[in-house]
Ligand binder design. Structure first.
Ligand SMILES: [Zn+2]
Ligand SMILES: [Zn+2]
Length: 274
């Protein structure tokens, strides 16, 4: 997934909004812009040094990378451009949710390669015409109403917006909204592709036993298939050391990007068969 400041988002696409850090970001924007006349109910404004203290406090646990911060709370939104000037644009985000829980969606719908790609196509364009082209039965996507369902965001040309993300993939959804829960690898992030009882075949990552293959669901189907090519070509003889090390870095980067930096990469994932 990419944060929205680095590119445009599709009108009908679904975005991920990290509302866990949105408040402090928004406050900072208002205050650094000097347009904050945030008054108490009795009409008093706070001196700037108090604001600085409040913001410092609010920023603890925040990071430019979502997975390094501590206040993560993601939801689906659709965004609408409200106004734009050369310096900034105002985007209004409307909270959406599928009418069945995300874990049920992941467990029941995302069962093979085709359903993963189908769901990702829908994330990119949630129109009825896209839905019609899918072979999968998706729960309905609904616009939510009530408190905390509409969020205004100011994006400017100089700072990034590490709380609003577009170009979503299934691994992004699992890592954020589904809290890392994955029915394929049971949160291990790796599988033995020869021992899954048919699951590996559904994602076209079936191969010999004794290797540690990146999970085709939570690490990405494409990523897993490329990893499989590496493991297959080095199955009967060991991979050259530098190639193996490159593979290790690629896997570590992928784990970090998805917020799984704490997971250790087993030797069988990069050195080859045990
Ligand atoms: Zn998994
Ligand atoms: Zn095995």
């Amino acid at each position: 997934m990419d944060d929205v400041s680095r590119g445009l988002f599709e009108q009908n696409g679904l975005l991920l909004l990290n509302i866990g850090i949105l408040g402090p970001h928004y406050m900072t924007q208002l205050i650094t812009r000097g347009i904050s006349k945030v008054l108490s109910k009795s009409g008093k404004s706070l001196p700037n040094e108090i604001w600085t203290m409040i913001l410092k406090f609010a920023h603890e646990g925040m990071s430019d990378k979502w997975y390094e911060g501590t206040n993560n709370d993601f939801c689906f939104v659709k965004a609408e451009l409200v106004s734009a000037s050369p310096e900034n644009m105002l985007i209004r985000c409307f909270r959406h949710a599928f009418d069945s829980p995300t874990d049920e969606l992941v467990d029941d719908v995302l069962v093979d390669e085709g359903s993963v790609y189908g769901f990702e196509r829908y994330l990119a364009s949630t129109t009825p015409s896209t839905a019609k082209t899918l072979d999968i039965e998706l729960p309905e996507l609904q616009l939510l109403s009530g408190p905390d369902t509409t969020f205004d965001i100011i994006l400017d040309t100089t700072s990034t917006a590490p709380y609003l993300y577009a170009s979503l993939s299934v691994p992004d959804i699992i890592a954020t909204i589904n809290h890392g829960n994955c029915w394929v690898c049971r949160e291990e992030r790796f599988i033995c592709p020869g021992c899954t009882g048919g699951i590996a075949q559904q994602f076209d990552v079936f191969m010999g036993c004794g290797v540690g293959l990146s999970c085709p669901l939570c690490m990405g189907t494409n990523f897993s298939q490329r990893h499989k090519s590496f493991l297959e070509s080095n199955y009967w003889s060991k991979a050259p050391e530098d190639e193996a090390e490159d593979m290790l870095y690629v896997i570590e980067d992928r784990l970090a990007e998805l917020g799984y930096a704490g997971v250790t990469v087993q030797d069988e994932a990069w050195k080859g068969r045990e």
